[in-house]
Unconditional design. Sequence first.
Length: 270
Amino acid sequence: MAHIIVIGNEKGGAGKSTVAMHVATALARMGHRVGALDLDLRQQSLGRYLANRRATMERQGKELPTPLFRPLPEVDKAALTPGENPFDHRLSQAVAGLEAETDFIVIDCPGSHTRLSQVAHSLADTLVTPLNDSFVDFDLLAHVDGESGKIVGPSVYSEMVWNARQLRARAGLAPIDWVVLRNRLGAQAMINKEKMGRALDELARRIGFRTAPGFHERVIFRELFPRGLTLLDLRDIGVVGQMNLSNVAARQELRDLVKALRLPGVEVDF
């Protein structure tokens, strides 16, 4: 069975699609067969990213390692059994269709609570949650006392992950390896950043996730999307001039991220 990597967070703007695209493409570059699904049926950020990539390859006449993207199939509601949810059926069909052809399936979830996202979390072998370095985003994981700064209890997203873990346990599946990324980090080491680090470490021990460094806030990520490119593509398309120190550092961040995920059979060699 393919190893399923779910990129999930119920808040927009955390960089989920950027992380999904870079992880999926990095795995493809290392020779793994990778599938990709986008569960944000409205915005389709990952789907648009990959469409931009195909357009760039056609325009430049070059082939770049690319995950196999599949839109969710439509279903005939008349063919569903009583009580069967059409979104469940669409997702299970999409995953089943990719499993025979791939080693990894990367699923990009929307920045809101949806039925598709909920089901995808229960399918995750590895769950990656990008988180802006802000207590606004932290509030999705846990509530914090405003005076003492102590964690009061888990919040809505953590509860959804807990439910997904319970479903997997009842089905006899392996536990979810949950990795929270401190993403879109600022360059300055501020007091708030230190507080976030301590709060995440405490919460990780309480509800069972690992923390890993994500990407710093960089202009290059906004420039890559319209061309469907990742940090690993710049040399291949002859954009050597963009390999400045910032972009080299971003490439190292991607390398560290993929290593931190500890995916089965993956030896990072880029």
